[in-house]
Design a protein around this ligand. Sequence first.
Ligand SMILES: Cc1cc2nc3c(=O)[nH]c(=O)nc-3n(C[C@H](O)[C@H](O)[C@H](O)COP(=O)(O)OP(=O)(O)OC[C@H]3O[C@@H](n4cnc5c(N)ncnc54)[C@H](O)[C@@H]3O)c2cc1C
Length: 469
Amino acid sequence: MLDQDLIKSLEGIVGSEKVLTSDEDVADRRHDYWVLSHLQSWVDVFEGRPGAVISPSSVEEVQAVVRLASETNTAVVPFGLGSGVCGGVRPDQSMILIDLSGLNQIREIDAFNLKATFDAGVNGLHAEESVTAHGLTIGHWPQSIALSSVGGWVSTRAAGQFSTAYGNIEDMVYSLEVVLPNGDLVILGKAPRAAAGPDLRHLLIGAEGTMGIITGVTLCLRQQPERREYRVFHTPSLAAGIEAQRRILQAGWLPPVMRQYDERETRRTFKSWCMEGHGLLLMVHEGPEGRVEAEVNAIDDLAESCGLVLGDSAAGEHWMENRNHVPTWDELFDRGLIVDTVEVSSSWSDIETLYDKVIEAVSEISGVVAVSAHSSHAYRTGINLYFSFAATAENPIDLEPIYLECWKQIMEKTAECGGGIAHHHGVGRVRKPYLVHDLGESGLALLRNIKNALDPQGLLNPGNLIPDA
Ligand SMILES: Cc1cc2nc3c(=O)[nH]c(=O)nc-3n(C[C@H](O)[C@H](O)[C@H](O)COP(=O)(O)OP(=O)(O)OC[C@H]3O[C@@H](n4cnc5c(N)ncnc54)[C@H](O)[C@@H]3O)c2cc1C
């Protein structure tokens, strides 16, 4: 419970109408989109809520709130638009939730130098639409583009659907404006590139609200593409499609979208276009006319040499039109199901073993009714896999242990195969117990030391991301 003097001081900073304390007013900011928080709310066992939700509308207000929090030793949880899926937001009554959606101005679009500056709380789709009007694009298209904020993208180290050519969010960040845990304001990133010591932007990219509060973001832009083409191939095996993708990228081609679906997901997602016994690889090519033409021709040859069969590009257009539709968690709970997605990555040489081991291990868990995967982000050095699983139980309360066992198996099998446990959704609470697989004990100690140096009182988003010593 927050004390009344603190509430009064918060009202003095942001205005009383922007300090919400009743159960009803804070109800939709008790947690993010993590399915386990939703399940716990749905079965009425989740009682957490922030002591107050405050909505600053300027950087100075954010600084004043953070200073007050530091003086009163009060924890603060930053909140963008709440679309995070890993449990990064689960404040309790002793904490202030700082809702950044009031920081929603497009500050500057610089079409000459191809960069734009946004308040951190700007909705992702609004940010993209603001530059579209200038013939430009950010090129960052997470499935949640309309549900997430620019500051949230940076804080979770997000990846968009067009990442193979355009990169992930860390490749697009030009500079960051950040309120540190002591209330100081820093601007990190000044020029197109710097050799000015370690890149401090990376202390915030992926920090999930634990190292500072991002208040402004400058992103690099690109021209809208001159031409777009879709290509779809039937893959006789997972291995054949993966080998084709490896050869394409290592030869230097860069289709912005490359997605390969296993047989099960092909049947589910591309019912009208699937070929018996085959998976599907779809690509979107974009860019200057001549390059798209050359890329499509070269990839047709490479795909054929890997045994892939050219399919109907209408399947690609179908994906493009429907790509951001997802059912709500409650619709699935109503059907007695819990469903989640888990993205991991590995080098080309380990990815098939990783796929086989995860599918086998998760299928064996009692209650699991489906497990499948597709790849959606590829690199010269390797590729990601995006597993989906669905489980059922007679009593909804029993879904939780099944759910956690699925995550455990995916995390541990990935680590056993030498893969990275988190491709783009972040760590939050669901991956926190497994972060050691990526960082090792000494890496975790380093992360804790950095956190202590920046936030010695441990006030920013406690309990998230960083495992206790
Ligand atoms: C349907 C759906 C599809 C999705 N698709 C994708 C996808 O394609 N790619 C992808 O990468 N992710 C995806 N996500 C996950 C999610 O949308 C991203 O993680 C997104 O970047 C979160 O942004 P947000 O503004 O909603 O952040 P929130 O959920 O509000 O917060 C996420 C974390 O960042 C912290 N945070 C938020 N804003 C700030 C700030 N300004 N300063 C400091 N810390 C902050 C919070 O404390 C929290 O720990 C998807 C989610 C859903 C529900």
